[in-house]
Design a protein. Structure first.
Length: 323
């Protein structure tokens, strides 16, 4: 076991480099208390615990801002990695934080402030509507969204994917209107405790975790007028700084796909606002001169820890896309 770990460390050192190259950055959204039958691949407590143990034994896990500073100075250690979370789910504080503390590891949390204290993201409204809908068919033809099976967990999962795919890139107001109608069709009472409270946000900060901006309403920035996009970024940051009485120096682009969800003008906005770094959801590793405002992120989705490590290593060989 010791020899295998040393060989893995050597291979990861060759792949990850160090010096001025950006670290490997992992992105999570949720850590559930237990496996979800609707989304059995979603990370849960036991799985996250194993992943943290594996990462700690093979990587130098650093706070994101520390890693950015060290890389900019050409002093980033080989096998450096950072852990990040997007959106601001309550389980980040309830489940993920105790495990991070158990392993003595740091993570950065990017918070969409419009959903704090009882809010719910639009995609979760779709998910929970389909999860709780009675019967074996979800008929949304009146909304122009088709007729879908609810006959099994797999069928419900496919229905969720189909609905979200049709709704994701609608203008925000139209999307929210359609999502409200989907929820009404289900007839279900949807949860109001999926996202963090302001108290949980402050708990993360008090525990030494990093807090970053993620806009207010999690819009697709590329679909907004420039003034609205700037307001989303600035107001999200201002809300976090007021809640924490501390500066917010990092940003994550909502959805995060370069050229599709954000554009060069949004990178320029983030830089002009004085953020120190920003992250996308582009897979791969930085190649050439690092753009500190388009740092790629990736998380292996494999249940087995061996495949988890292999996929992470393979990702380090892939040049990341950026605008």
């Amino acid at each position: 076991m010791w020899l295998k770990r040393q060989l893995e460390r050597g291979a990861l050192s060759l792949l990850s480099g160090g010096g001025r190259r950006a670290p490997a950055i992992l992105i999570y959204h949720r850590v559930l208390p237990a496996q979800d039958p609707l989304f059995p691949g979603e990370v849960h407590r036991e799985q996250f615990d194993r992943q943290l143990g594996w990462l700690k034994s093979r990587f130098n896990v650093l706070p994101l801002l520390d890693a950015v500073r060290l890389a900019a100075e050409g002093r980033l250690p080989a096998r450096s990695a950072c852990i990040t979370f997007d959106d601001g789910y309550a389980d980040n504080a309830e489940v993920a934080l105790p495990l991070l503390q158990k392993h003595g590891l740091h993570a950065s949390f990017f918070i969409a402030t419009g959903f704090l204290d009882g809010g719910r993201m639009w995609n979760d409204s779709v998910i929970e509507s389909v999860r709780r809908a009675p019967g074996e068919v979800f008929d949304a033809t009146a909304l122009g969204l088709g007729r879908h099976s609810l006959a099994s967990w797999e069928a419900r999962r496919h229905t969720i994917g189909a609905l979200i795919g049709q709704l994701k890139y609608l203008p925000m107001v139209q999307r929210l209107e359609q999502v409200g109608k989907v929820a009404s069709l289900s007839g279900a009472e949807l949860p109001r405790d999926l996202m963090m409270s302001s108290t949980q946000l402050r708990t993360l900060h008090a525990a030494g975790m990093g807090i970053g901006g993620h806009t207010v309403n999690h819009p697709i920035l590329a679909r907004l007028p420039a003034a609205e996009a700037r307001q989303e970024i600035a107001q999200g940051r201002a809300t976090l700084e007021a809640a924490l009485d501390a500066p917010v120096r990092m940003f994550a682009y909502p959805n995060g796909k370069p050229g599709q969800d954000y554009l060069p003008e949004h990178v320029a906005m983030v830089r002009e606002m004085g953020f120190d770094a920003a992250v996308s959801t582009a897979w791969g590793a930085s190649r050439g001169a690092t753009d500190w405002y388009q740092l790629p992120r990736f998380t292996p989705w494999d249940q087995g820890i061996g495949k988890f490590g292999l996929r992470l290593a393979r990702n380090m060989l892939q040049p990341a896309e950026r605008v």
